[in-house]
Design a protein around this ligand. Structure first.
Ligand code: IMP
Ligand code: MG
Length: 200
């Protein structure tokens, strides 16, 4: 495969990660910018759901770091649970085939659920999860996503809380992976953008 041409104006870094080094990632959202947005989202949620019985449902694995930060910035009492959906294989596009590999353990009937997701891309996963959770009769379901990636949207989704809106690009870091790698990077980086593949 030919090596990617990377525009010279882009800041990039290389991170040694468990013996692997990936070059040519473009910094998209710094640790500081993410932190500010997560705090603002938590304040918004705290205002909207004050006095309610709130359950945060994190979508594993990508949302684990986002949820941990969000939960600590929330100013209202809440409980936390997780669901794990499988749809992506080792590639960067959705298979469209969703299965639950770990369900929630909380009784959400009558409670106010906030789904905490890393990215909404095609929308398939979040629509699937909303439908499933609705069957358990929660009082309300809100969607909080760190990234709203609209370009490949196939299902209509109205996220109630959005950290960042992104047109395109495959991103990693802050919980997000590419083939299980890079979740622990503190900032978010683009590794694919248009025809330019930053993962090579
Ligand atoms: P959807 O069903 O197409 O909306 O897929 C959403 C899921 O795909 C997210 O929760 C992520 O786990 C994964 N995903 C989509 N885009 C990216 C990306 O740019 N980086 C990492 N994971 C992604
Ligand atoms: Mg996910």
């Amino acid at each position: 495969m030919p090596r990617a041409i990377v525009r010279p104006d882009r800041p990039r870094a290389s991170f040694p990660l468990k013996g692997q080094t990936v070059e040519q990632k473009r910094l998209l959202y710094s640790k500081e910018i993410i932190d500010r947005r997560v705090k603002a989202l938590a304040e918004e949620i705290s205002r909207d759901l004050k006095g309610r019985e709130v359950v945060l449902i994190g979508v594993l694995k990508g949302a684990f770091i986002f949820l941990a930060d969000l939960a600590r910035y929330l100013k209202i009492p809440h409980t936390v649970d997780f669901v794990r959906l499988a749809s992506y294989g080792a590639g960067t596009t959705s298979s469209g085939n969703i299965t639950v590999t770990k369900d929630i353990e909380t009784d959400i009937e009558g409670k106010d659920v906030v789904i905490v997701e890393d990215i909404i891309d095609t929308g398939t996963s979040i629509v699937f999860l909303q439908e499933r959770l609705k069957e358990r009769c929660p009082g309300s379901i809100k969607v909080c996503t760190l990234i709203d990636k609209k370009q490949r949207r196939e299902r209509a989704v109205n996220a109630d809380y959005v950290g960042f809106a992104l047109d395109e690009g495959f991103i990693v870091g802050y919980g997000l992976d590419f083939d299980e790698k890079f979740r622990c990077l503190p900032a978010i980086y683009v590794i694919k953008e248009g025809n330019c593949d930053y993962s090579m």
